[in-house]
Design a binder for this molecule. Structure first.
Ligand code: GLN
Length: 544
């Protein structure tokens, strides 16, 4: 019988429910259990694919092409749970499906209502996750208890334990225990209220995870336990981690989280094995190098917009024993003051994916700076397209070269709409999405990083390298290092005459893990380390 863990959040949003859910999944896996992760989001968009990064942060893409919440990125980085379209549902998707059934007449003339029709639909998507090959399903409910939007989801998970048996479900509630400076103490009242709200709708949490800046005293723990109706061992402290998010699972273990879950759900499990995780933290704490990477993007100031990119840079740093200092540079700032002040001194430049014209010229300037000064450069999706435009304008001498996404009438559309996109009108879920194979050129830098001829990477785009210009680029010094669809679609370009200039149409950041860095990110970080080392050696030679 598959067991279910439901994770809800209270008091405030942004408590790190995704990270905590992922940590729970990771700890159970390291006790030998087979885990599946799922997130239910209470907003009305059918998926986050049409939402602005300001609203939602990055859109995380899965192999099967679904555009999902960024918390699924945490799930993939922390666990081996297979993720598919079924791993992320929104209120929009749930209602869409109920309404389509109603139109097909499936409700046989009944009045269609939130209870039971919407809640049944929600329960069905949770049931779908359970099968013989899964010991535990972890379902995270987005939003905060008390939100109007969350209510059908909470009602559904309440009913769920009636359907499958109380002993097969565990309710975990993540709350905040704030420290009040004026009073000089931690405050437990918000947690009491949040649990009170859950209990009002019929959910008694089995486990409380309390986010806090300071350690929770035994006295406070007992107080929370008493008021929230749980044993005090079920009050788990999750103290803020300034150093790294990868410390979170270890501190949860120290506070007895996995022990309690295994006991409560009566899961037969092996002993916890965290060797590789401890090893990665050791490497993170003892770097041999320090490098700085400038990430030049439209949303540089917004941390969640390029979440997986920042993570993937860290993973490569862990593997190569380098502390990676990330400089978040707004491309519009480069437009205003030029790249010199903002990029001088960095050991690598990365331009990530994106949409829309704002900041494009700044990205192109940043790429020119990296190319001309031999600074390692990594372009991803729009970053690759900008690298192609830059090369066309400044090396091939094609003035005004552009992407037809930004200039419909450009004389040189070196980036143009994919054929398959010509008749697409709807914006949601219609890009070229998900895993596609790429065949690499044997002599390319990318092939040297991957040590493979064929790779599979995830995509999310409508525009592509315009194949009519292939010959011109090749003779000018930009080589096609990888292509898909029988060689038709350009997936990777490289500047051969440069220490490390690689730009890819896909999103390698989605497949990087802390315990297995992505080969291209590793190659990029290695090139940045080499640049740093050679610059240091050079400056040591110059007498002061
Ligand atoms: N806007 C570009 C396109 O649609 C790039 C997309 C991206 O960077 N994800 O092709």
């Amino acid at each position: 019988m598959t067991k279910h863990i439901f994770v809800t959040g209270g008091v405030v949003s942004s408590l790190g429910k995704g990270l905590t859910s992922a940590s729970i999944g990771m700890l159970l896996e390291r006790r030998g259990l087979r885990v599946k992760m799922q997130k239910l989001d209470p907003y009305l968009n059918v998926d986050p694919g049409t939402m602005s990064p300001y609203q939602h942060g990055e859109v995380y893409v899965l192999d099967d092409g679904s555009e999902t919440d960024l918390d699924l990125g945490h799930y993939e980085r922390f666990t081996n749970s297979p993720l598919t379209r079924d791993s992320n549902y929104t209120t929009g998707q749930i209602y869409l499906s109920v309404i389509e059934k109603e139109r097909r007449g499936e409700f046989l003339g009944k009045t269609v209502q939130v209870i039971p029709h919407v809640t049944n639909e929600i329960k069905a998507v949770i049931h779908k996750m359970a099968d013989e090959s899964t010991d535990v399903v972890i379902t995270e409910i987005g939003g905060t208890v008390g939100d109007i939007e969350s209510q059908p989801f909470l009602e559904a998970i309440r009913q769920f334990s009636l359907d499958v048996g109380k002993e097969n479900c565990l309710y975990v509630h993540l709350t905040l225990v704030p420290y009040l400076k004026a009073a000089g103490e931690l405050k437990t009242k918000p947690t009491q209220h949040s649990v009170g709200q859950l209990r009002q709708i019929g959910i008694q949490p089995d486990l409380l995870i309390c986010r806090t800046e300071r350690s929770i005293s035994l006295e406070d723990r007992e107080k929370i336990a008493l008021f929230c109706n749980v044993p005090s061992q079920a009050v788990i402290e999750e103290k803020d981690k300034d150093f790294s998010i990868y410390e979170v699972p270890l501190s949860l273990v120290d506070n007895g989280l996995d022990e309690w879950i295994v006991k409560k759900l009566q899961l037969g499990s092996s002993t916890l094995d965290l060797k590789d995780w401890r090893n990665l933290l050791h490497r993170l704490r003892n770097p041999k190098h320090e490098i700085s990477i400038a990430v030049v993007g439209k949303y540089a100031e917004h941390f969640d917009a390029y979440k997986s990119i920042y993570e993937a840079l860290d993973h490569a740093g862990i593997e190569r024993e380098a502390q990676v200092r990330i400089g978040r540079v707004r491309s519009e700032e480069i437009e205003r003051e030029g790249p010199k002040r903002l990029l001088t001194g960095c050991d690598g430049v990365l331009v990530p994916g994106g949409f829309g014209e704002r900041g494009i010229e700044g990205k192109i300037e940043a790429i020119r700076f990296a190319r001309e000064r031999n600074v390692p450069f990594f372009g991803i999706c729009l970053g690759m397209q900008c690298a192609v435009i830059e090369f066309a304008r400044h090396v091939l001498g094609l003035p005004g070269a552009h992407s037809s996404e930004f200039d419909k009438n450009t004389e040189h559309p070196v980036i143009c709409l994919l054929d398959e996109q010509r008749n697409v009108i709807d914006k949601g879920g219609t890009m070229r999405l998900g895993a596609q194979p790429t065949v690499l050129d044997d002599s390319s830098r990318a092939a040297a990083c991957y040590r493979q001829r064929e790779v599979s990477e995830r995509h999310r785009h409508r525009y592509e390298f315009n194949s009519e210009y292939r010959q011109q680029f090749a003779s000018g010094g930009m080589r096609i290092a990888g292509a898909s669809d029988g060689g038709k679609l350009v997936e990777i370009v490289e500047v051969a005459d440069h220490p490390w200039f690689v730009a890819v149409q896909f999103h390698p950041e989605f497949k990087s893990k802390p315990t297995a860095a992505h080969p291209l990110f590793s190659g990029f970080i290695q090139a940045a380390i080499e640049r740093r080392v050679s610059r240091a050696a050079h400056s040591a030679e110059v007498p002061s």
